[in-house]
Design a protein around this ligand. Structure first.
Ligand SMILES: Cc1cc2nc3c(=O)[nH]c(=O)nc-3n(C[C@H](O)[C@H](O)[C@H](O)COP(=O)(O)O)c2cc1C
Length: 189
């Protein structure tokens, strides 16, 4: 698959096949990608917590907020919840990080996962302190973002956004998730 196709197909997916688990091996193979990304001053201060045991996933799920624009949807039902998470953390013993590092890492993980057929969603809306306590993370570790993972069971389509129309994603009656994206001409100054 060429790079643009991979990027176009790497959408935020929030409904997964709960029966298809993700092993430590596949999660490690996805994480291998972050070793090769750029970081400010090459400091490599981000660390990762893999969560894929059922009890851990069940404990983490209630702390997460899903698809804020979909007012009548409270998140995936039990059979469609993520089967794994990667918690992206900053290790303060190393060096102050750049917020850009987190973005690079999250996008790289999403692309790497998709290249293996695994869908994902970046999650930023959650109580970081509670997650830190749940996984008994050291005081020097700061929780930043979570990537939810699994084999997707929803259809997500990207659509050209009409200038000045809503940026809000929406779902139709068939539960297809639509994501408006600005056209290139509307991004150029
Ligand atoms: C920094 C960041 C934080 C996000 N936090 C959440 C979140 O807490 N919950 C959620 O359902 N989606 C979250 N998303 C996913 C966005 O809603 C999604 O990227 C956006 O709707 C565009 O869809 P797309 O990723 O398919 O292009 C987040 C994305 C980013 C980049």
């Amino acid at each position: 698959m060429d790079f643009l196709s991979l990027l176009q197909q790497t959408r935020s997916v929030r409904r997964f096949d709960h029966s298809q688990k993700l092993s430590d091996e596949i999660l490690s193979s996805i994480l291998e990608s972050v070793r090769f990304v750029p970081s400010a001053r090459n400091a490599q201060t981000l660390k990762y917590k893999i969560v894929n045991r059922q009890e851990q996933c069940d404990d983490l799920f209630p702390l997460l907020a899903w698809a804020g624009y979909l007012n009548d949807w409270k998140g995936p039902k039990k059979e469609e919840q993520p089967v794994a998470y990667i918690i992206v953390c900053q290790d303060n013993t190393l060096s102050p990080t750049s917020v850009v590092d987190e973005g690079i890492v999250l996008q790289t993980l999403q692309l790497m996962a998709k290249s293996k057929g695994v869908s994902s969603c970046i999650l930023g809306a959650f109580d970081r302190q509670k997650v830190k306590e749940m996984f008994l993370l050291d005081s020097s570790i700061e929780v930043r973002y979570i990537l939810a993972l699994g084999f997707g069971v929803e259809t997500v389509v990207v659509e050209d956004m009409i200038e000045n129309q809503s940026i809000k994603y929406w779902r139709d009656e068939q539960e297809i998730h639509h994501v408006p994206k600005r056209k290139l001409k509307d991004l150029l100054l």
